[in-house]
Design a protein around this ligand. Structure first.
Ligand code: FAD
Length: 347
């Protein structure tokens, strides 16, 4: 492998039912930043059936080029044809970096593609930078420049590891949804569109999809919420979440929770914030009766404003909070709700 032959930042533009997933635009946004540092372009790889129409949206969010792999075999996600599509794109276009979302689809697809093209992959990254590797010079070892430094929590979130892939290309990573930010949309912006079809042979190795049953959820997606009222074990019982729901209703917020709450069966997993839950980035995040364990903080520290309510003044949540209230949540939350109701009614 001649590493110098590999150029450009590529991202997998995941779509489901011909709608781009949020992660596709987040990766285009991050890819654009990385491409700028490398003085190159960001290319979105769009795979599916009848998906060419989505290329303009990718362009408006910053893609310089869109490679479209369009084939009836790619209508619904199946591991084999999608892995073939991406591996073929990589072999043909030789990107320096290839990013995939750490969604259910991406977690299946990314490692298979990396194995097929014989490169490394860092899974579930929360930060990506261009920099020197090794990060600190080691006597006698060459320090390589312009490497992709892929950072992810390791050992259950107890440490943060930064990993590079100096010897193979592309440098591949799966990236947690909700962590990277999409760029502002520029209406009318166009990309260079390249159609590429490596050919697909339907055969009995492909999974045959007999029926698609869509999950129906009656809970709001906490990743879209502007205000989150999040409760932890300190709330005490599922019934007591009513005081958080009352606060959320008055301020137009959505209730979310810590893992302790999900493990206790008080709330569904869909509402869990954190390393093994969702990464959220609301304007305001209330952490109520949440201690602030590193695995929880990993999912909410990017919120614009964090307001913590905890009876223990030494709780680590106060280290990341912009505003902290020390006291019993059973007194503070209803009082806050009443006060906000009055203030908002007076507006
Ligand atoms: C691999 C791994 C992954 C994990 N992933 C996640 C994750 O995604 N999300 C997550 O949240 N956790 C995760 N955890 C668990 C995490 O380590 C903590 O155990 C968890 O976040 C604790 O939840 P909590 O803050 O609700 O409960 P606790 O740590 O028990 O905190 C309860 C808090 O409530 C306060 N409190 C109690 N009563 C009151 C009251 N009346 N008024 C005010 N305050 C009160 C207490 O002072 C305390 O600070 C993970 C752990 C591991 C090992």
């Amino acid at each position: 492998m001649n590493i110098q032959d590999y150029k450009g930042v590529f991202v997998f533009a995941q779509q489901v039912d011909n709608v781009l997933s949020g992660i596709a635009l987040e990766l285009v946004g991050k890819g654009k930043d990385l491409a700028k540092d490398l003085n190159t372009e960001v290319t979105a790889v769009l795979v599916g059936s009848d998906v060419k129409g989505l290329a303009d949206e990718l362009a408006e969010y910053g893609a310089d080029k869109v490679i479209v792999v369009d084939d009836p075999e790619l209508k619904e996600y199946r591991t084999e044809p999608y892995a073939h599509a991406l591996a073929s794109v990589i072999n043909e276009f030789k990107p320096e970096i290839f990013l995939v979302g750490a969604t259910a689809i991406g977690r299946d697809l990314g490692p298979r593609v990396s194995a097929r093209i014989h490169t490394g992959l860092t899974a579930d990254c929360t930060q990506l930078d261009i920099g020197d590797f090794p990060i600190n010079p080691i006597p006698g070892k060459e320090q390589l420049h312009n490497q992709l430094l892929m950072t992810r929590p390791a050992f259950g979130g107890n440490t943060i590891a930064t990993i590079a892939c100096p010897d193979f290309r592309p440098q591949m990573a799966t990236v947690r949804p909700g962590v990277m930010q999409k760029a502002p949309r520029e209406a009318g912006k166009k990309a260079n569109i390249v159609e590429f079809n490596p050919g697909f042979t339907p055969n009995d190795k492909y999974v045959e999809i007999l029926k698609v049953v869509k999950a129906v959820s009656d809970v709001a997606d906490i990743m879209d919420a502007k205000i989150l009222v999040s409760g932890g074990r300190g709330v005490g019982s599922p019934e007591n979440f009513k005081i958080l729901e009352d606060l959320a209703e008055v301020i137009g917020g959505t209730v979310s929770c810590s893992r302790a709450v999900v493990d206790a069966g008080w709330k569904p997993k869909d509402l869990q914030v954190g390393q093994t839950g969702k990464t959220v980035r609301p304007n305001v995040y209330f952490a109520i009766g949440i201690s602030g364990a590193i695995q929880h903080v990993a999912g909410m520290e990017e919120a614009d404003i964090i307001i913590a309510i905890n009876k223990d003044e030494t709780a680590p949540i106060f280290d990341v909070a912009d505003y902290g209230i020390v006291g019993d949540l059973n007194k503070i939350v209803p009082a806050l709700t009443e006060r906000l109701k009055v203030e908002l009614a007076a507006k």
